[in-house]
Design a binder for this molecule. Sequence first.
Ligand code: ADP
Ligand code: MG
Length: 338
Amino acid sequence: SNSSPSRPIQALPDNLISQIAAGEVVERPSAVVKEVLENALDAGASNITIRLEEGGVKRIAISDNGRGIPQEQLPLAVARHATSKIASLTELENVATLGFRGEALASIASVSLLTLTTRTADAPHAWQIENGKVSPASGAPGTTVDVQDLYYNTPARRKFLKSEQTEFGHCAEVVRRIALARPDVSFSLTHNGKAVDHWNVSAIEKRSAQILGDAFSSARLPLDESAGPLRLHGFVGLPTASKARADAQFFYVNGRFVRDKLLTHAVRAAYQDVLHGDRYPSYVLALDLNPALVDVNVHPSKIEVRFRDSRAVHQFVFHAVSRALAQTSATSFGTVPA
Ligand code: ADP
Ligand code: MG
């Protein structure tokens, strides 16, 4: 029999709870990058640098020029279920920040060596917390989150990591997704000391050209439509900008990158008449709506969403993309590359 001997029920120690949660929240280095970048944006940063070593496994150091954390709140920042972003169910249902679960930093801290250095605008100097100890530090206003030796204490998880290049690729993809949604913020990314990407604050046209390439820039249609509480804006690629793989599809809901079956289907359906079935459209689309009309608390990574009225959202997205594609004359669609 594989049943274990009878044991009394016991509450799990806090650190073990965080390590279990870390399995969902930070399943690989790119998830750490995502959580820390989202915190920087929630803190109002306009400049973010991301330094990675060995695919993020050795080190993920992210600095922002956001509002920082007051010294007395530093221990809470890394405590489980502690957040400055929501305080009630009503606020959860109307949440406009990227974070709100209050578990990312605690989860990261439970599976790595985490140092948080932060300074608010009015503080005379920075403070840092490491291993629960708060001490004075130096640094400009803003926050640096330094994550070293990810999964050093959870060897089973470490075993599931792929090669350095693969893990780095996932991290870089997360940075691209976020940078594409925020052309008003500058980002720079280095890996093993080498500059990989650098994007200055710019218009969305330029940011999307930098991230999606010239082929997309020269074959995209702008789109901006509103209907009631829904607004869809961004760019849809012409069939000539389509790809053999679905790797140029960026959909955001209230600023959050999502991979949602309903939305993907709505866009795909709009392309039906102009795109061969084995090609994937390229697009950068942002759907904005009242936060109360969408539930982002479906999964810890928040990559899935649930709409209160999913039929209305599907129809709206389908018609908006269809109309954008119809703007061009039938001939400009040309032939679809095989
Ligand atoms: P959440 O983002 O869900 O609130 P986190 O564990 O990611 O939970 O962060 C906990 C808290 O720490 C945040 O609510 C915020 O107050 C603070 N914090 C984290 N990162 C930063 C940052 N880069 N700048 C300012 N405050 C931060
Ligand atoms: Mg967060």
